[in-house]
Design a protein around this ligand. Structure first.
Ligand SMILES: *[C@@H]1O[C@H](CO)[C@@H](O)[C@H](O)[C@H]1NC(C)=O
Ligand SMILES: *[C@@H]1O[C@H](CO)[C@@H](O)[C@H](O)[C@H]1NC(C)=O
Length: 540
């Protein structure tokens, strides 16, 4: 009886927490998911974001309430943009997938991803799958580049299923609209292209195109502090008139930039929301959500708080019983199920012959894929976005099959990086902390392959736990250096700090925020391997 009472009490105490929340808190995802494009199909919201040279690229997130998201796919399973994306001849850090666009056509049951990379506009499609309630797998296929088109810089797509029309809005200062046709097999061809707006000397980009109540709207960012709206009336070709939507609006986080770029989306019952992002370095660019209302004459307005700032909290956008399964944090990943989770992305296209999942026992085998002294030149570094504001990531790794000269470990990966790892010399595997790994801003060549800042004991057992604790609380535009610390354990319970804290870079120029990563490269010859048995991450 007492137990029943206790469990009833527990239920009543905990039920309100597990039942639907009535408000949400910004940022909706405390993770680097920049250049976002958001849209709805029936009761399901999709979110596409940019990933530069990380592979697979252009992750797809799914939500039923615009607040709780889960990673479900990548529109670009491998980067088909040239050999430098494989890190075999040259490198592509900071190149690759910038602002791009994802849309669904109910007419042909097809998702389209489209984005400009190195001057060409690439297309990937997924047919009739990944849909709400379909239970089917995504099946992304390349469709080359848009025929007859150049670079659709910062593209935004509009699929008008009523009229069977496809448009793309794009550009920087000169904003253009292109009309496309699908040949039936998902190949896109440009049939018309026209400039619709010019901002003169002010930079505008990050375009999105919508048809709302029969009227065309273009949303543009003035990077990185404002958002404009253009209205073109009933013709997609304009003429367009403009108005500011938000201009250096405060909130919702301090030491993060201004809410800008992103896109708008409606709910099934006709309410609207604007999802923008903040430059929140060192963590990257993180999304924030606010309701959007419309003036009587059809201009959108962001609902601000009592201080005219972007709200820290708003009422939940949607009441639904549908929940996402995986969430954004990831929890513990033991690399089971024969497929890498959608939270993972490699530093460039991986060498597929040098990694494998152990289907029977779980775990990820990483064979050395590159002979180099430079982590930035090594293939097959697997990365996971740091979750903010403060979290830690722990890799459990079996290092018993490392070879002389091999280096493996857990890196806090960006253009200014550090790691805790194992350097194998002869038969001795030594635990080290390495910092000052640095890329030159702009050329992204390596200026420092790192310095051993601390040496720990050598390990005799086969397994080691390597942990990074990172504080990515926004410090953008400040001189405050957020810190990360590195530690190791030989039993998974007691962790020992190693080396000095790493001061994180607040610069935006690398674009992508800090990531946890696991790596294994050779300095002498290939043939060694490690097995990553698990990764766990939690807020601290
Ligand atoms: C790059 O890697 C992809 C797969 O990851 C492969 O299909 C392609 O052939 C490689 N390209 C070059 C030039 O090595
Ligand atoms: C969700 O349900 C709550 C409680 O019934 C209600 O106050 C709120 O207005 C609803 N929100 C939406 C978006 O329907």
């Amino acid at each position: 009886m007492a137990r029943l009472l206790a469990s009833l009490l527990k239920l009543s105490l905990f039920l309100p927490l597990t039942s639907a929340a009535t408000t949400f808190t910004n940022p909706v995802i405390y993770q680097d998911h920049p250049d976002l494009d958001v849209f709805r199909v029936q009761d399901t919201y999709y979110y596409s974001s940019s990933t530069f040279a990380y592979s697979p690229g252009a992750p797809v997130l799914r939500s039923y309430d615009l607040v709780n998201w889960e990673p479900v796919s990548h529109s670009v399973p491998y980067l088909n943009f040239g050999a430098n994306y494989n890190l075999t001849s040259g490198r592509a850090y900071v190149k690759g997938i910038w602002a791009s666009t994802l849309r669904y056509s109910a007419r042909n049951g097809r998702f389209y991803w489209l984005g400009c990379v190195d001057g060409k506009t690439y297309v990937w499609i997924s047919n009739g799958n990944g849909l709400p309630n379909s239970g089917s797998e995504w099946n992304w296929q390349p469709r080359g580049t848009v025929q007859g088109a150049g670079c659709y810089y910062d593209a935004g797509m509009l699929v008008d299923d009523e009229k069977g029309e496809i448009f793309v809005v794009y550009g920087n200062k000169e904003i253009r609209v292109a009309q496309l046709t699908d040949d039936g097999a998902g190949n896109l061809r440009e049939i018309k292209n026209q400039a619709v707006y010019n901002s003169g000397s002010t930079t505008v980009e990050g375009a999105r195109l919508y048809k709302i109540r029969g009227e065309y709207y273009v949303f543009l960012t003035r990077p990185a502090d404002a958002e404009l709206v253009l209205r073109g009336g009933s013709s997609v070709w304009g003429p367009y008139t403009s108005r500011m939507l938000v201009d250096r609006i405060a909130g919702p986080l301090t030491n993060a930039g201004f809410a800008h770029q992103g896109g708008v989306v409606d709910t099934q019952d006709g309410r609207w929301f604007y999802m923008a992002f903040l430059d929140a370095y060192p963590g990257g660019r993180i999304p924030v959500l606010a309701p959007l209302t419309w003036t009587g004459d059809g201009w959108p307005q962001v609902v601000v708080d009592g201080n005219k700032a972007w709200g820290k909290q708003y009422p939940m956008p949607v009441n639904t019983t549908r929940t996402v399964r995986n969430g954004m944090l990831g929890g513990v990943d033991e690399f089971r199920g024969g497929k890498l989770g959608e939270v993972w992305e490699w530093n460039h296209n991986p060498d597929g012959g040098k990694w494998a999942l152990d289907a029977a026992n779980g775990g990820l085998v990483l064979k050395t894929a590159t002979v180099t002294g430079d982590l930035f030149a090594a293939r097959n570094t697997l990365t996971h976005r740091v979750v903010g504001p403060k979290s830690r990531g722990t890799f459990r790794i079996d290092v018993s099959a490392m070879k002389d000269g091999d280096r493996a470990g857990a890196v806090l990966f960006r253009d200014q990086a550090g790691y805790v790892g194992v350097h194998k010399t002869g038969n001795t595997a030594t635990i080290v902390m390495v910092n000052a790994l640095t890329l030159v801003e702009g050329s992204w060549t390596t200026s420092s392959a790192g310095v051993v800042a601390a040496t720990g004991p050598s390990i005799t057992g086969g397994e080691i736990w390597l942990r990074i604790q990172a504080d990515i609380t926004p410090a953008f535009g400040t001189n405050t250096g957020r810190q990360a610390t590195f530690s190791y354990s030989t039993d998974g319970k007691t962790f020992t700090n190693l080396g000095p804290a790493l001061t994180l870079s607040n610069s935006w120029r690398y674009f992508t925020g800090y990531r946890y990563g696991v790596f294994n490269f050779a300095t002498k010859s290939l043939g060694g391997q490690v097995k990553v048995k698990s990764f766990s991450t939690e807020l601290v």
